[in-house]
Design a protein around this ligand. Structure first.
Ligand SMILES: [Zn+2]
Length: 317
């Protein structure tokens, strides 16, 4: 099943482009993406937590930013929101950022791109993330357009599959997580420090978000979580976009929940059932997780299922 789902998705992903994607309904509201020195000037640095000798977690940006130190400057995973980017920089004591990875295109992960990009950071991301950031797009849930970011904020090094680099003593591996939350999600694995940044593909504290308008869906999420579990070991520190650092065991719990929800909701979608039907059928009562907005989550699940119905049956009645 997984293999079929994945091979189908890969063929679709190869064809994907921004014009085909059309718009966004992201995991979060998108604030203005312009950097504003006046609103962020004077803000203190953000809380930090040491994850390994070379790796520090910056929290409250408003999500998590992972920073690897090297003699040649920092490697960051995600840049925070535009209003908090200067606070992220302060947390680095003003040191240079040589490399910035974007786990996906959402504003809370890419709002600092312009700040760090203008200061010379090389920005690495999936090609589809670059397309989102470089293009005006429509947000259907809010009936508005979001302007493309300035060119300085665009990823300068893009990829479609996976890659690795060596920074000082650290081997860094990164790769695609197909349609897990958007259509451009990646993980970044600091192999020697054993810290794995996974963006919004894991969601220990917030409702798991499926940006269906940008290609995310439950089937992609299930596959991606399996990939991440295979990368990690029992000592790996797994950093989601929001919430506390996770263990592999905790990621497995989330993965099992998603597997169950995938099986149940695709069966119901196959029978033409709506998000409200799924809620009424008690699907979310079958998992331990408590959802802040159960109907919203199921709505996004349904949208994603409908967009991928040929992956799990293809004969909806
Ligand atoms: Zn997101």
């Amino acid at each position: 099943m997984t293999t079929h789902r994945r091979s189908f998705l890969q063929s679709i992903a190869a064809l994907a482009s921004v014009s085909a994607l059309g718009g966004l309904e992201g995991c979060e509201q998108l604030p203005s993406r312009q950097i504003s020195g006046s609103t962020s000037a004077g803000k203190p640095g953000l809380p930090t937590e040491k994850l390994a000798d070379r790796v520090t977690l910056i929290t409250g940006a408003p999500g998590n930013v992972v920073a690897l130190s090297s003699d040649d400057g920092f490697v960051l995973v995600d840049s925070g929101s535009s209003s908090l980017a200067r606070s992220v920089r302060k947390s680095l004591a003003g040191a240079k950022v040589r490399t910035l990875f974007n786990t996906h295109y959402h504003a809370e992960q890419t709002g600092g791109n312009e700040l760090f990009g203008r200061q010379g950071a090389e920005i690495h991301a999936h090609e589809i993330t670059r397309q989102w950031l470089a293009t005006d797009y429509y947000v259907p849930a809010e009936d508005r357009w979001v302007k493309a970011l300035p060119k300085a904020a665009w990823p300068t090094k893009t990829f479609r599959d996976k890659g690795e680099m060596k920074v000082g003593e650290e081997s860094i591996e990164y790769g695609y997580l197909l349609e897990a939350h958007t259509r451009g999600d990646i993980y970044v694995f600091f192999r020697d420090s054993n810290v794995l940044a996974v963006g919004d593909v894991a969601s220990p504290s917030r409702d798991p978000a499926l940006d269906w308008y940008a290609g995310g869906w439950l089937g992609g999420r299930v596959d991606a979580l399996e990939d991440l579990i295979a990368l990690a070991n029992d000592q790996t520190k797994i950093v989601p976009a929001f919430g506390p650092v996770m263990t592999r065991a905790q990621l497995k719990v989330e993965s099992e929940m998603m597997h169950h929800l995938y099986d149940r909701t695709t069966e119901l979608t196959d029978h033409g059932r709506s998000a409200q039907d799924m809620l009424d059928a008690g699907v979310l009562n079958e998992v331990k997780r408590k959802f802040d907005d159960p109907l919203r989550f199921l709505y996004d699940v349904c949208k994603g299922n409908w967009a991928h119905y040929t992956n799990f049956g293809g004969n909806i009645v």
